[in-house]
Design a protein around this ligand. Sequence first.
Ligand SMILES: [Fe+2]
Length: 375
Amino acid sequence: MTQTELRLAPNGLFVPLSGGETYFNYHWLRDACPTTIDGQTRERVFDITALGAPPVARAARVEDQTLVIEWANEDHVTQLGLDRLEAFVRNGQNPDPADLHKRLWYAGHDASFLRISQAEVEDTDAGCARLARALIEEGVALVTDMEDSDESLERLVNRLGPITPTAEGAFFQVRLEIAPTNLAFTAGPLEMHTDLPGEEMAPGVQFLHCRANTVEGGRSLFLDGAAVAEALRAEDPAAFDLLATHAIPFFYRHDGWDYRAHQKVIELDAQGQVSGVTISQHLQDDMDLPQDVLDDYYPAFCKLIRMMQDERFLCRFRLNAGECIVFDNHRVVHGREGFSAESGQRHLRGCYTDRGATWSTYRVLSGTEHATKVA
Ligand SMILES: [Fe+2]
């Protein structure tokens, strides 16, 4: 058995890892002790604030790839595998299977969207994992061979997560209505937008199940908002910064509801990468930034919207009956060409689930997506 005594400091200790001697704080190490997690509930059952004194090591050593800490002031020994510490240092956090590289996409990419049958998603873990992975990496996928029933959409969504209701209820219908509550329910063109920015947290993953589409026109328009935002950053960094810094007001109102919320048009993650966009001119309230800030903000805002009409980003395609487009409502911007209302039927049925639920499903199923057959 190999054994190495470790160097101790007042608030932590040094562990020899592959990248060299690495410092860890005592509070962090005490909380990271595997005994703090209950095996049954998988929740933390240790309260670090209940210790009589701050955690300090009396002695610490590495024994056969395991860090062993004998704590002063309490009768407890912590054993932590060095592989876990290595993984934490490598990622700066616990490894996350859903932390996948986001691939930006451009015009024509609709031919390369993941196409996967409803049966494959419903009946195999591998299929469900492939769908969830596509939503993380590209923010979009097409589910094909959908059963022509209301229940089929409910079953599909529930593979990824519970349905997120909105003011319209659990499901919404996109078809012509006599007294529409939304421009989507008319035959006119629908500008590029993300859904429901007036909600405190706009719905995460959107499903649009095409039940009928025999009209002339009415092609679907989709683009990768992250790709457009990154292009804006490259072309006009000052405009990008304005849109990523200031929040602007959106609403969603009708007889029985009056939602209002401020959103940043460009959302950044903790690393400064574009994680999404929020855009909807038809649900945008009067800008309430200081008027002199608007002197610069409005041109930046208009520039981004014009870029969203640029052919280099737009995917135009016809959604067919039996297909369901699934997309990240915080990243993928969608719209529709106008259509001739008398030329046939156009009926989409939609709903949402959370992004968090979708990422959770991917974590649970990750590693199965390359399997040929999973029960
Ligand atoms: Fe929409």
